[in-house]
Design a protein around this ligand. Sequence first.
Ligand SMILES: *Cc1c(COP(=O)(O)O)cnc(C)c1O
Ligand code: SF4
Length: 454
Amino acid sequence: MHTIPSIIDPEHVDPPVENRAGLDEHRRLRRDEFWRVIPAYAEVSAAEFGDHKWQQRHTVSNVHQLRATVGGIAREEFFKDIEDGISSAPMALRISPYLLSLIDWENPAADPIRAQFLPLRSGQQPDHPMLRYDSLNEREDSPVPGLTHRYPDKALFLPQPSCPVYCRFCTRSYAVGNDTEMIEKMKLGASAGRWDEAFRYIESQPQLEDIVISGGDTYNLKAGHIEAIGRRLLGMPNIRRIRYATKGLCVLPQKIATDPAWTDALTRVVELGRKLHKDVVVHTHFNHPNEITGATEDALGIFTERGIHVRCQTVLQRGVNDSAEVMSLLVRRLSYINVHPYYVYVHDMVPGVEDLRTPLHAAQSLERHVRGVTAGFNTPFFVLDAPGGGGKRDVHSPDWYNRATGVSVFTAPGVKAGRKFLFFDPIQSLGEEARWRWSQPLERRAMIDEALNA
Ligand SMILES: *Cc1c(COP(=O)(O)O)cnc(C)c1O
Ligand code: SF4
């Protein structure tokens, strides 16, 4: 009898993947009453905490409220640090009790959710000298206020300027949120006249097929507006695809179950789209696996039953999700609850949040780690939205990149042919010599010229 020769040495075979420790971490979603550690929420029942109206009523939007909520468990220096941080932040404070409770209050300074919503003066870094408001030049590409038309067949519609939460790093800090000490915002009211102007423009452009209804946040649109915007757009012969963008699933997933008027309005638009053979989807925004709980799973369960597809756009942030472990867990956890990871964006060059930016090479390296972790269709594209209006580019595709000076050059022949777009790594990520060069105006010019002439 012959044994079959094996090229596999049984002594050196990896155990089947499902037996490896930690691989089911993405399925372990919190369902405990985690909010009860917050002094102000200690007596709040699961039913109350799970009601979107209760969440909205208790939204924290200034340091006074923050102190009144977590005063017993966070130190006074922490509140002072936030107060100072807010005075030089581009975004106003707003956070839901749900997200606030998911912060690790034993060590809030290091917490990835704290880092995104509560600015600390002690963590701030000076802005890169090449950085400015509206870094993506959205206003330049706006034929109508609140409508950005940069790509041939798709456009971005901003119906109103508020969100259920304010992210420190918001790219649209020029328009989104309340005025802050740093910026007076462009005023994009939810007025029927402005909307109508946008709709008439969209109708007049036969090449437009795809509209992103973005933020502000569509969670903050009334049910009737969700439906009216959807019906108006789907009624245009040129429009084939619409996307409702909302951070809400991350901030207040409870709303999907407890605000049936809103959820039903969205469902009717999705159903109308299906009848018309058009595509209606939801785009959302999760950045860290801790933001996904049993409440998120329940909300996405309702969407899945109703055939509502959800895609996620993540922002890469230093200290939040810039490790292979965290990003891989996020991708698996999103996939598990039927959210398709669509994009991971390199953090835009927006003011006041330099501490959150990563260099381009961090995104390139992360992409290599994440690809292969799960299904290809659940693997996000890592992109950089080129400053100056070049649009989204694959992070692996700079035409030129000097890692020492942190300058990269992108071209976008399909969007703005013949132009070069420069991106700048954060100065704190560079070596000593480059950090010195960036402090010298002549050296600065030389580094930029080197990139442009390359
Ligand atoms: C991101 C974006 C879109 C949508 O782009 P996709 O890559 O199709 O998701 C449309 N318009 C503008 C101005 C954008 O920034
Ligand atoms: S939810 Fe989106 S639009 Fe609103 S503040 Fe956050 S990043 Fe900006």
